[in-house]
Design a protein around this ligand. Structure first.
Ligand code: S3P
Length: 177
């Protein structure tokens, strides 16, 4: 159980926080979108446009299965929509030492997602879409999260410290070195 998982809506800080958390704990970092892009040799946007969302979701499940199969202690940032799949949720619950749900108000998320190329679903109406995603997905995050961290008034280093404290991770790097 050496997998630390970050979940939450787009813009909640999973990738940024995950990278810093991994650095601080001296663990490997992986991000599901990056794994998909590497495997498909296409960007997330290209996959959505050229192959459609169902194919993206299939690749997403494959990427999570691969990431969860590794023994190496890892911080895994899981893209916002992955929790909609029951299979993905079951996998994460089974494999993760802790699942941290990062959350912030929609206005904060919109500010953070502004220029990201890998979020085609936010092209039209980001506020409306994120609000809809919140109502569609909140119960899934709730279901699988072992911890929830509200990030809106915190900087990245503070979120990292909060995650380490709440999840009792301060000794994990020492254990694994
Ligand atoms: C998505 C989230 C994105 C990316 C894709 C779809 C979603 O990842 O996988 O644009 O459905 O919430 P991040 O959560 O890392 O932004």
């Amino acid at each position: 159980m050496n997998l630390i998982v970050l979940v939450g809506l787009m813009g909640s800080g999973k990738t940024t926080v995950g990278r810093e958390l991994a650095k601080k704990l001296n663990l490997r970092f992986a991000d599901s979108d990056e794994l998909i892009e590497k495997h498909a040799k296409l960007s997330v946007r290209e996959i959505f446009v050229e192959k459609g969302e169902p194919e993206f979701r299939r690749l997403e499940t494959e990427a999570l299965i691969d990431a969860c199969a590794k023994d190496e202690p890892t911080v895994l940032a899981v893209a916002g929509g992955a929790v909609v799949s029951e299979k993905n949720r079951a996998l994460l619950v089974e494999r993760a030492r802790c699942v941290i749900w990062l959350d912030a108000p929609t206005s904060t998320l919109v500010g953070r997602t502004g220029r990201a190329k890998h979020r085609p679903l936010l092209d039209g109406d980001p506020v409306g879409t994120l609000n809809q995603m919140r109502s569609d997905r909140e119960s899934f995050y709730q279901q699988i999260a072992t911890h929830k961290v509200a990030t809106q008034s915190l900087n990245v280093a503070q979120v990292v410290d909060k995650v380490i404290e709440q999840c009792g991770l301060s000794t994990i790097s020492g254990e694994q070195k």
